[in-house]
Write a protein that binds this ligand. Structure first.
Ligand SMILES: Cc1ncc(COP(=O)(O)O)c(C=O)c1O
Length: 446
């Protein structure tokens, strides 16, 4: 075993990992990365099919982002963001306000997706306190949603085998069934339903709206819940209901933001203007930790008063608006314009669609789902009955292991294999990824 990997096993504890798995398959030591590929020191490479946990946008080692960070380094790398400001944060804020829905006018920075969600919760909660609506203290979320691993974010996420142990720590929240068409919670068929799964949300908002601060959801795609892509009509109706019942809408675009769904933000597909939008992951194109929570002038105004009224938002993180991260984010947004990135995404979606259509025919594939450059493949034990694989069977892990033999770095979500490649991936590279995944799935035993 490589001596670095030996030291890794001695000192490092990896996220979302049963470390014992590394006894048979140790972590891969990446030496360099370029575009859509990750390289080992011996020249062997892997396609980063999931954009390094969904954050890489323009590909690894992009010269323009490298240059922007180096330029920022010449002056300073980080200063605190209370009592002090800097040009990279100002430029990024102006840019974010100009590309997100028109009602979002203020940007609050933090450093990862979970904290962007915590900020939205706390702002929503305090907004209602500040304006005297003291009973509005609860949250509603989807039962297959995922918003991060901090305790607040877990409280509104789905309960799974991964986080059940923490349940006693969660704050109480209302959960509504997810718009999961393949396994419809209402037993309907998408072709004939009228978004019937919105009814439980409507019921809760109608009956309990007075005590609800906000409804949070991932627009159009429940990512970690299993790449569950749902109709835009659900999002439209949910936004209308939130407005009608005086409840904030928090759009968690941590995964869907920055072009992933074919538009800059998933909310655009439904013309929805949320009260809060949470952004992270792709914001720096996968270079540095940064997050932003955007909100409206109206919400901001409710915090704006003389100090002694104690209405300020007393929340912050040491690395808030880190200058290196902000400079990377500004460069990434410039690349969207100079390289017509959204057009590139559009050109790749057909390749993904064709590959997914072929996968749909395979014996162990129950459902395929796609939006923009995100594709999900749900493996099932029995196609007819939709019987899922037992998680202990680790079918996804088997695909992962086989993928490594074919230069693919896939990282399944349970029984769901998915594709979330950097936008710089070439058509023939994506084709290679899809063709090889098909062969792997074909060779699996149920
Ligand atoms: C929709 C969504 N929200 C929040 C998060 C949490 O982000 P982070 O891992 O940066 O805390 C994730 C991460 O996967 C996510 O997909």
């Amino acid at each position: 075993m490589d001596s670095f990997v030996e030291k890794d096993l001695k000192y490092c504890w990896h996220p979302f990992t049963q470390m014992k798995d590394y006894e048979s398959l140790p972590p891969i030591l990446i030496d360099s990365a370029k575009g859509a590929k990750l390289f080992e020191s011996n020249g062997n490479y892997y396609y980063d099919t999931i954009s390094s946990w969904w954050c890489n946008v323009h590909g690894h080692n992009h010269p323009k982002i490298n240059a922007a960070i180096k330029e920022q380094l010449k002056s300073f790398s980080h200063v605190m963001f209370a009592g002090i400001t800097h040009k990279s944060a100002i430029a990024l804020s102006e840019k974010l306000v100009s590309i997100t829905p028109a009602n979002l006018r203020k940007v609050f920075y933090s450093d990862n997706g979970s904290t962007s969600v915590e900020v939205a919760f706390k702002m929503s909660f305090q907004y209602w306190q500040n304006i005297g609506e003291k009973d509005k203290t609860k949250f509603v979320s989807l039962d297959a949603g995922y918003h991060g691993d901090t305790v607040g974010a877990m409280s509104v996420g789905g309960i799974s085998d991964y986080n059940r142990v923490f349940k006693p720590l969660f704050f109480e929240s209302y959960k509504v069934p997810s718009p999961y068409c393949y396994r419809c919670p209402m037993g309907k068929d998408r072709r004939s339903c009228d978004i019937d799964c919105i009814a439980p949300l409507e019921e809760i908002l109608k009956n309990n709206g007075k005590e609800i601060a906000a409804f949070i959801l991932e627009p159009l795609m429940l990512g970690a819940g299993g790449i569950i892509i749902y109709p835009k009509e659900y999002l439209e109706r949910a936004a209308q209901l939130a407005k009608k019942h005086n409840v904030h809408l928090i759009a968690d675009e941590v995964a869907t933001g920055f072009g992933r769904t074919g538009k800059m933000f998933a909310c655009e597909h439904a013309g929805v203007e949320p009260d809060f939008m949470c952004l992270s992951k792709g914001i720096t194109s996968g270079y540095l930790g940064l997050a932003a929570t955007l909100t409206t002038e109206k919400i901001y105004e409710a915090f704006y008063d003389d100090y002694e009224k104690m209405t300020a938002f007393f929340h912050g993180h040491t690395y808030t608006a880190n200058a290196l991260a902000c400079s990377a984010a500004v460069a990434s947004l410039e690349i969207f314009e100079s390289e017509n990135t959204l057009e590139k995404v559009g050109n790749l979606t057909g390749v993904l669609r064709d590959g997914l259509c072929r996968m749909k025919e395979l014996e162990l594939v129950g459902d395929v789902r796609q939006i923009g450059l995100i594709g999900g493949v749900e493996l099932v034990k029995d196609k007819k009955s939709k019987e899922p694989f037992d998680l202990g069977r680790r079918i996804g892990y088997e695909v992962y292991k086989e993928g490594l033999k074919r230069h693919l770095f896939l990282r399944p979500l349970g029984n769901v294999i998915y594709f979330f490649p950097p936008f710089c991936i070439k058509k023939e590279e994506l084709q290679y990824v899809l063709d090889n995944t098909i062969e792997i799935i074909e060779n699996l035993d149920s």
